[in-house]
Design a protein around this ligand. Structure first.
Ligand code: MN
Length: 235
C-alpha cells in the first residue's frame, strides 16, 4: 500500500440503477453546443463549425438527491439539461459505427453554468473554466445501463423549474448524435472507461435562484430532482 503525504482525494463514482456496484468517474467531457435552437439563442450559427468540447473535473459531480449549493462569484447561474453518456470502454479514433459499443449507460444531468462568468470569458477569448467547471456544477442522476434503456436516439428531453417548463426538445434534434460525439471526441483525446460525456443542451436555458426546485428528465432514460440551495454565507 502506498503512503501519501496528505490524505488522497476521494474517488468519484455514481450509483447504477439495478445494481449495488458503482460507476467510477474518470473525466467529464462536455459538448459546447449540440442543438440548433440553443446555438441560435446563444448567437451562433449551429452548422458553421464542428462540435467543440470542454471539461469539468470529475469531482464536480453532485450526487443524486443532494441539493445544489448556489456557487460564489455569480449572479446568473443557469440550468442546462443534457443527455449524459458513460463509457465502459475507451479508445482512440473510434469509428462512428462502433462507438455505441463503448457505452456503459446513460442518464440525465445538468451542466450548471455561471453564465455571467462564461459570457465574460467568451467575450475576451478566455477559458470557460470559471463559468463551467466550478464545484458541484454537474448534478447527475443514477446511471442506467444500456442493457436496460438501450441506446436512446429519440425521446423528450425536458426541464421544469418550480413546475414551469423551461426546456423541451427531442433527442432527434441533436446535431451530432451520441455515436458521432464519441467518435469525434476520440480523435482529440484517448477515451477511457469511466469517462462521462455531457452531450449538450437544447434551447430554454435560464437562471435558477436559491429555493428553486428543478425537475428534469429524458423520457425512457431517467429523471432528476434538484433543490437550489443558498448562496455561501446564507443561513
Ligand atoms: Mn452544456
Amino acid at each position: 500500500m502506498n503512503d501519501f503525504v496528505i490524505d488522497a482525494p476521494a474517488s468519484v463514482s455514481l450509483p447504477i440503477v439495478g445494481s449495488n456496484a458503482r460507476f467510477p468517474v474518470r473525466r467529464i467531457y462536455c459538448v459546447g453546443r449540440n442543438y440548433a435552437d440553443h446555438a441560435v439563442e446563444m448567437g451562433i450559427d449551429p452548422r458553421s463549425e464542428p462540435p467543440f468540447f470542454f471539461l469539468k473535473p470529475a469531482d464536480a459531480v453532485l450526487q443524486p438527491g443532494e441539493s445544489f449549493p448556489y456557487p460564489p462569484g455569480s449572479q446568473n447561474v443557469h440550468h442546462e439539461v443534457e443527455l449524459v453518456v458513460a463509457l465502459g470502454q475507451g479508445g482512440k479514433d473510434i469509428p462512428f459505427a462502433a462507438a455505441l459499443d463503448h457505452v456503459f449507460g446513460y442518464t440525465v444531468g445538468l451542466d450548471m453554468t455561471r453564465r455571467d462568468l462564461q459570457l465574460a470569458a467568451r467575450a475576451k477569448g478566455r477559458p470557460w473554466d470559471v463559468g463551467k467547471a466550478f464545484d458541484h456544477s454537474a448534478p447527475l442522476a443514477a446511471l442506467v445501463p444500456a442493457a436496460i434503456c438501450g441506446h436512446p436516439n429519440q425521446g423528450r428531453i425536458w426541464l421544469d423549474v418550480n413546475g414551469a417548463r423551461r426546456q423541451s426538445a427531442d433527442l432527434r434534434d441533436l446535431i451530432w448524435p451520441v455515436a458521432e460525439v464519441i467518435g469525434l471526441l476520440s480523435q482529440l483525446f484517448e477515451l477511457r472507461p469511466g469517462d462521462i460525456i455531457m452531450t449538450g443542451t437544447p434551447a430554454g436555458v435560464g437562471p435558477v435562484v436559491p429555493g428553486d426546485s428543478v425537475e428534469a428528465g429524458i423520457d425512457g432514460v431517467a429523471t432528476l430532482s434538484l433543490v437550489i440551495g443558498g448562496r455561501d454565507g446564507d443561513h
